[in-house]
Design a protein around this ligand. Sequence first.
Ligand code: GLU
Length: 298
Amino acid sequence: MQKLLEKIYLTNKEAISKGEKASYIPALAKVSDSLGLAVRDHSSIYTAGDTEFKFTFQSISKIILLLVALQDSNTEDLFNHVGMESSGDSFNSISKLDFTHVIKPYNPFINSGAILVASLIKGFSYQEKLKKITSLCETIFQRDSISFNEEVFTSEKNSAYRNRALAYLLKEKNILKGDVEEILDLYFKCCAIEVNCIDLANLGYFLSINKHSTIPNKHFQIVKALMLTCGMYDYSGEFAVKIGLPSKSGVSGGIVTCVPQRMGIGVFSPRLDSKGNSILGIKCIDELNKALHLNIFR
Ligand code: GLU
């Protein structure tokens, strides 16, 4: 495994400057070019490249929001507020949400859905809700503290015109309950959690084994099914056909992949394709998949 990761790293690292970094959150455009890969299986963790390099969690945090919200509401109730269908639209799409017949966001992994999911997390205060999220992250990443990239948090908060529009549209339609700005802060704060590839591999592994004292098996199944159908933006269908592994991408360039009952994969490279997925991230996962026959539909 170690040799395979190093080979994949070496063959791909020449291309680390191809593609565009996300720039709609200004601080994300400043991240240096890099490539890191990590795999966690039942016995060990394997790494290659810039695996200690810290980047922000972004959309991958939607997995944690969903796991926490599922614990706070029953499954049926949660999916009364947010759907489980892929939208076929970009992650921050607003158009379909404004149709009169639309009574909930399409799924928990598009921005409108994740903002709604964040609103379902219970707690007496913002700090208590955030603590639930960071505590679960500490367990999954096997760390005793979680840090935030305050520059990215502020940069996103100050430029989030579209997310604010989504949230206020949900509020106007009476779908979103609660203080919109506080819910958005919770959402932005989760997007600004600092992670590295090893954290993502640990997350993929955590999802792969379905074992946790307070998270029922059913919640793991829901999260993985949604990762497979909606985790890679509007490339999710093609990714499922070509690679066939539950995965979740973020605009900072991270991808977490889960190989059920077998391993977790974390990849980071900040340059993105036109759908918002890390170009080298997808390439490295594809190469690992081909070498190790990981596709769940094989
Ligand atoms: N913080 C980002 C946003 O809401 C997350 C998007 C993503 O990673 O897909 O725009």
